[in-house]
Design a protein around this ligand. Sequence first.
Ligand code: FMN
Length: 442
Amino acid sequence: MRTSFTTLVGCRLPIQLAPMPFVSTPDLVVAVADAGGLGMMGTPMLPPDELAAQLAALRARTRGVFGAGFLMPFLDPACLAVAAAHAPVVECFYGEPDAAVVRAGQAHGARVGWQVGSRAEAVAAAAAGCDYVVAQGTEAGGHVRGRTSLLPLLSQVIDAVPVPVVAAGGIATARDVAAVMAAGAAAVRIGTRFLTAAESGAHPRHVRAVLAAEAGDTVITETFSVMWPDAPHRVLRSCIDAATALDAEVAGEMRLPTGPLPVPRFAVMSPTRETTGHVDAMALYAGESAASVTRVEPAADIVADLARGLAPAEPASVVVVRRLFEAFRVRDVETVAALLADDVTWHFPGRTGRLAGAHRGRDAVLAFLAAVPGLTDDTFGIDPDEVVGGERTAVAFFRGHGRRAGRTLDNPTALRVRVDDGHIAELWEFVWDLEHVEAFWS
Ligand SMILES: Cc1cc2nc3c(=O)[nH]c(=O)nc-3n(C[C@H](O)[C@H](O)[C@H](O)COP(=O)(O)O)c2cc1C
């Protein structure tokens, strides 16, 4: 599905993985990018050469689109320059939009986005030259920038900026996707649901707690402010209770490629798969969407599921009729035969001639169609204008046009098709100018 966002960044689907440090593993980024979305990696405490190596490795593993997300309080300009050179998308969060940072991100042609929490911040991001903005509602998991929930924020931001607007916060199902796309979003950004993906780097206890969460089990707090003060964040309520009750200054230890890192009580880091200690008392980030997330799935399946919300699926009968027209267009008799039920009836109007009447059974219908060169003779075509329908019945409007023995036909026609179990069970053709049609086929 094309939107202003997919056109801008070049991905196939308007679905963005949130950059979640340690959670958005390379496997998760690649899986989302391969599935057609925009894979985003977090860039936590990475030295520039390590970031360059990770981005090069991503490039080697996927032909999809990926990007790198930066948190402004921890921004290392050298890392931003590396990302700008190696990733097609660079993004910033949690700081005043800054035109110099945006320009540095765009230096090699990368698109630069900014996640914002208010209309004013969105306007500032667009004025700073951002190619897109992410409107983050307060439903979001992780650090929460603003004070407005997603739908009102989205409306305000879309009205205020001329760039594509991505919706973030509380989106976890195809229905949620449909709702925000209908509200004008150019894409959706998903954190919490991908945190539970099979490829996620989150600690299994964190994942289990998210899957078990119900409505009201997350809360915005400033509890986990060690290493990043004054930054409200949404976590599972249970981890606040556990951290408050913890009788130790160190909650556990993270094992990073650079070596072990103690996790102080109330620290900002969320537990990775390799973290040990009192995991339940660490920052278990989760959005309100946690209540809709119930099982671990491969990221590709999550993308496919969310994508169902992007465009209303066509009813089964319409799909069958479109396939019928496509088979006629390429004169694929086998597919036409396969689309017909064994006991299909094809009604053709008329008072005289070999075409008139009801043709019953697949063989009879194929013989009838062979006499109507729409299927067998490339001087004749049928081009659908419109196909509409419900689950069992579709109506197609088309023009039958061609030349035959010095005669021409250009005749508007309608088909009513009854579909049973994916096959055409009965079909009625209605033509506008019957005399002309009969003369043409006689
Ligand atoms: C575990 C976790 C870590 C996050 N870390 C970041 C981050 O480093 N940078 C960022 O821009 N957003 C971060 N976010 C917020 C997301 O970008 C996004 O706004 C949020 O996940 C959307 O809401 P949802 O979780 O309901 O999908 C994080 C979210 C989660 C759940």
